[in-house]
Design a protein around this ligand. Structure first.
Ligand code: MSP
Length: 615
């Protein structure tokens, strides 16, 4: 590895808070950037936010704030997460920044002047509720409301003119689209004639975007705007030295769902603007929750913050890198996370550190012993170390991160085995210098293994490097200084107690379906009466949509009947009916506690009707 390395992640939509899918690509790019930096390369790592377009405008509308405010509110959530995940990005771009708006308009004008943008009228079926053109098939599905025929003038980019040139480029540059099966997918797509791309949205329909420089009645289509971020950040048109230093990018990392935009739209845009194409576009697979897709509506999206708070950042980084074969989908489960953690991190890596440091402390006063002369056993370890260093460089270049981690762990397992075979705790009684040789060898192998894991786990590896007083990132054998005193260290990866976890998990987590089963619904309180013979109980009549119900509730100490009438509350509606003090009760009211400091969960009745599902 030598020279420069420019790597990007997709820029994320700010319509929702970041989840594990976003965290994954950002960590992946960080790991690659760190490996390349450690190899002495000049690295530029870019990530950022995609802030224009309909999705973002809608999310802002739902929150009742203007879109710019919405973006300003969301950006810190991403930045804070990146900091927590120890992401070392060199730039963070937001598409609403002035530097980006200028470049988008500049490139649009260039493409327009080249004669590659034309105006045309499009007639089709338009769903007003979805605010987009839909196909005949979609219209027939019955899923869309307010459909009308709409004729609209728009601007189109002559993508079709570059179809042939793109196919040739893909064929002449085998690494342009990776992995191989994604390249074939794109070539397959390009076998059919490529249409032109509508790159504008009339302001009457959407105004949250960048003005077209040649017609301010329109804003730019969000993808034409977003893709350009990758050149904006290099200093295009502002700092030519920087632009020519970094562009073309070495790797665009993306998820498989945004392959066409990156491998077809983007290169044809660049061809028209007469700019070099990216060196590689790498599409990874999806993280699934068990077997199913992760999605907001299924409610099974993993929040990376929950995981790192519980288990630490580095184990999460390690798991995500080790578990996904780049290019394929991977399945996230707590069971596999805990299994990986306990076997690779606690048993193999953590255990090697604790054994080596304890034995050196006990038998050598914490001073790293002299290596002496190697025997065959030490030669084997030394050879393995040299081999693994070489192999990891190659695997990282080939984007085989999970293989690189597995090889490193196998090396560490080999060192643990060597310790067991040599048994320095016994050897020390017969031949102290032989025991010293074994412990030096194990500590040196640990140092090298740790340096190889550093880009993936930059924090926990620091513990090992501090213990061994390693300051230089030297991968050659023999870099560990004999005679230095080991420092005290905390346990590297305390084991996760599976039994305890299971119990806690049972208490803490329920399935989404379990929440559904409760049948939480909004209900309006129509009438309130005391239950005869009781000071605490009220008999309430509530309205849930078309249905009326009677509920007995122990809240008479906390609310007067006047306070309750007309309030919109939340009812657990799927309970079997019960008879309380001879009065029938169908359901329960949701409140903050059973007795002291009780407050009902009150819903804003101006915003929602009764009988609505509560999530
Ligand atoms: N804004 C566009 C990208 C523009 S790049 C010029 C976008 N944003 S996104 O926020 O919706 O998604 C960003 C990335 O997250 C995509 O690469 C997508 O594949 C990835 N992921 C979203 N959910 C994911 C998983 N469950 N697993 C892995 N990655 C997934 O698309």
């Amino acid at each position: 590895m030598a020279g420069k390395f420019y790597i990007t992640t997709p820029i994320y939509y700010v319509n929702d808070k970041p989840h594990i899918g976003h965290a994954y690509t950002t960590i992946l790019a960080d790991v690659l950037a760190r490996y390349h930096r450690a190899a002495g390369e000049d690295v530029f790592y870019l990530t950022g936010l995609d802030e224009h377009g309909q999705k973002v405008q809608q999310a802002a509308e739902e929150r009742g704030v203007d879109p710019k405010q919405h973006c300003d509110d969301m950006a810190p959530q991403f930045l804070e997460l990146w900091e927590k995940l120890h992401i070392q990005n060199d730039d963070f771009i937001r598409t609403t920044e002035g530097r980006h708006v200028k470049v988008v308009q500049d490139i649009l004008q260039t493409v327009y002047d080249a004669g590659d943008i034309y105006e045309d009228e499009y007639e089709g079926l338009y769903s007003v509720s979805e605010e987009r053109f839909i196909t005949e098939k979609e219209a027939e599905s019955g899923d869309f409301r307010d459909i009308k025929k709409l004729k609209e003038k728009n601007y189109f980019f002559k993508m079709s003119s570059y179809q042939q040139a793109l196919i040739e480029h893909i064929n002449n540059n085998p690494n342009f689209i990776q992995p191989e099966h994604r390249k074939n997918e794109v070539l397959g797509f390009l076998r059919k004639p490529l249409g032109d791309l509508c790159i504008s949205r009339p302001k009457s329909r959407l105004n949250w975007g960048i003005d077209l420089p040649f017609d301010t009645n329109y804003v730019t289509y969000v993808w034409f705007d977003a893709l350009i971020n990758y050149v904006t950040a290099t200093g295009f048109r502002v700092d030519n030295d920087s632009y020519t230093k970094w562009w073309p990018v070495d790797y665009h990392l993306i998820g498989k769902d945004i392959l066409t935009t990156h491998a077809v739209y983007w290169p044809t845009m660049l061809l028209s603007a007469k700019m070099p194409l990216p060196k590689s576009i790498f599409a990874h697979g999806w993280w699934l929750m068990g077997e199913s897709k992760m999605s907001k509506s299924l409610g099974n999206v993993v929040d990376p913050l929950d995981l790192i708070e519980e288990y630490g950042v580095d184990p999460v980084r390690y798991y995500l890198m080790r578990e996904m074969v780049l290019g394929q989908d991977a399945s996230f489960t707590m069971e596999s996370f805990i299994r990986r953690y306990n076997s690779d991190l606690a048993n193999d890596f953590g255990n090697l550190l604790s054994r080596v440091s304890k034995l050196i402390e006990k038998n050598f006063d914490s001073v790293v012993p002299e290596p002496g002369e190697n025997t065959d056993a030490e030669n084997l370890i030394q050879n393995a170390a040299e081999k693994v260093v070489e192999s990891i460089h190659k695997l990282i270049e080939e984007m085989k991160i999970h293989d690189a981690l597995e090889e490193t762990l196998q090396f560490i397992r080999g060192v643990n085995k060597y310790m067991e075979q040599q048994a320095p705790w016994k050897l020390v009684k017969e031949d102290k210098s032989a025991a010293g040789r074994v412990l030096y060898t194990a500590a040196e192998a640990l140092r090298i293994g740790t340096l190889l894991l550093e880009p993936v786990m930059p924090h926990r590896t620091e513990i090992v490097l501090e213990t061994l007083s390693v300051s230089k990132r030297e991968l050659n054998w023999g870099g560990l200084n004999a005679g230095i005193k080991l420092k005290q260290h905390p346990p590297l990866f305390p084991r996760i107690d599976v039994k305890k976890e299971k119990i806690e998990k049972k208490e803490k987590f329920i399935d989404y379906e379990d929440v559904e089963k409760l049948g939480l619904k909004t209900a309006e309180i129509l009438a309130v009466k005391k239950v005869e013979g009781s000071d605490k109980l009220y008999k309430l009549q509530v309205k849930m949509g078309n249905e009326e119900r009677q509920i007995v509730s122990g809240i008479a100490d906390h609310y007067t009947s006047e306070e309750l009438i007309g309030k919109m509350v939340v009812v657990v509606s799927n309970l079997e009916s019960a008879t309380i003090r001879g009065v029938e009760s169908k359901g329960m009211l949701l409140a903050t506690s059973r007795k002291k400091d009780l407050s009902l969960i009150i819903v804003d009745g101006d915003k929602v009707a009764s009988g609505k599902k509560v999530y």
